[in-house]
Design a protein around this ligand. Sequence first.
Ligand code: 6R9
Length: 650
Amino acid sequence: MSDSKIYPVSDELAATAHINNEKYLAMYEQSINDPDTFWGEEGKRLDWFKPYTKVKNTSFDPHNVDIRWFEDGTLNASYNCLDRHLATRGDQVAIIWEGDDPSESENITYRDLHERVCKFANALKSRGVEKGDVVTLYMPMIPEAAVAMLACTRIGAVHSIVFGGFSPEALAARIEGANSKVVVTSNYSLRAGKSVPLKLNVDKALEHEAAKACVDSVIVVKRVEQDVAWNDSVDVWYEDLVANASADCPAEEMEAEAPMFILYTSGSTGAPKGLKHTTGGYMVYAAMTHEYAFDYKDGDIYWCTADVGWVTGHSYIVYGPLANGATSLMFEGVPSYPDNSRFGRVIEKHKVNQFYTAPTAIRALMQQGEDVLGDSDLSSLRILGSVGEPINPEAWEWYYRIIGQNRCPIVDTWWQTETGGMMILPLPGATAAKPGAASRPFFGVQPALLDADGNELEGATDGNLVIKDSWPGQSRSIWGDHERFIQTYFTTYKGYYTTGDGARRDEDDYYWITGRVDDVINVSGHRMGTAEVESALVAHPAVAEAAVVGYPHEVKGQGIYVYVTLQAGFEQSDELLKELRMHVRSEIGPIASPDLIQFAPGMPKTRSGKIMRRILRKIAEDDFGALGDTSTLADPSVVDDLIEHRMNRK
Ligand code: 6R9
């Protein structure tokens, strides 16, 4: 990879940000050398019912993985997001809700939110929910989703959010896996003006006997005035429940290590795992990372475009921002409705200061051209964030130039459902950015790169990214299967947390995430990150999006199979094929030259925007009979086209 451009920290941010470089270095050192003192202090950013006296008590020993933070303290997450702000910021807006329809929006103050949460918490109790019970949320991006989360944590119930785009089968498996007795949903959800039958999906999920056996209440928010099938013995309207509920509901005193939520995520093998997060450490970590990553200051308007169905929505729409007393924007819609300028319009309308989105969204906008946001006024923006996948330098530069107007730092945040919060990122007042690099570890995070035998590598090199010691936001277990937790994350490399990602460390000790280790391909003995090849391809003006997978190659071991989606205005041709090959050769080198290139009108993506490489690999291997589950794809029909035009026919 060629030497990267460097975007230094502005003098202004270095002077005004919470964390500048000097502070970063000093705090980082303390966080590693004296974690008890460091986190003992940081823990004070929360209100504790009973203060902790012990801070860190953690072991990555595969015989006994045991992770505890602040273990003798007690607190409540909902209290920390609401009650403690009432005296000082009761009338401040906590959540700005922007509907799918641009004419619909709502400002909810901390006082309003507190009242709504207390009422729904009492409503949950009236349906028999007790401390420790699991409540499944299958909801659109409406305020009631945040209310339900905070109501659960208020009474010590554990929420398990299932993204509204998942199928009834996926929902059923998660209800059953968590033995959840209550499901909260809405009759319909709205997406780009169309209503989606969420409640019907719940009904279908409950046709599965095992799921049905768990659930005794389905609480339904009336999002749109439209009829739904109704089963009086199980279904109850949200509105009816809260209408009769008291607004007085003291927050339950929870132990720091009490489970707070479960979130299912897929790995490279087996069924999705329900990762367990606990209260004290998670909340400290979510609040702290939110404040420092975005240099959040009182009065700022902060917008994360994720869905609450993903971990990003948990930590950076709800818990982190609200713990900090922030104003957090929650968006129900999509970037392309009513037209492609929507993100710009929302930024302008609500004067957004911090904007946090995913590379896939950036590339989708990029494809539409530089004037995609129209005449939207973006002058309120201060800091931009990126999350979910490696951001290729091309998309980074576009994000910086077109959305950030050459003045807003981009915080590329690497982290995972398992990590609870951000792990590697350039703090905006401290770390000069290199486009495409997640850069430096957050406080308390000790990354290392290992070779295949588990030896720690030194200096500038590539390797398997692991973390050497615990941080407070870390997942504690897989719900109901601690052994699987140990097997998945702590046995490949003993004594380390295995991330499943590969990374490169450069001469400045910056980390560049190269993608999942299972996406790494080996061509003629050369290891290559598919992300690196993709990044090169996307840097070509004709390419909107590229996905690269390996396929069995007689001579090289693996060959490079490329799927490209062209920018509007470009036609597929043999000339262009040649040009793309040459382009990759010149960007990375001849070993990266694509063997096969397929023009793809669309990529198979999950609804969270991640390209499903498993499917692309199968098609590249000419083995599409065994594609596995495609039900979680945003648009399953793209697969048929990919198969029809596949390049590798045995
Ligand atoms: C937060 C989230 C985790 C996986 C992770 C990695 C990829 C996320 C990234 C990134 C490069 C970034 N990933 N952020 N890769 N740079 N800034 O996305 O959690 O859904 O669990 O995904 O996503 O591969 O291992 P999750």
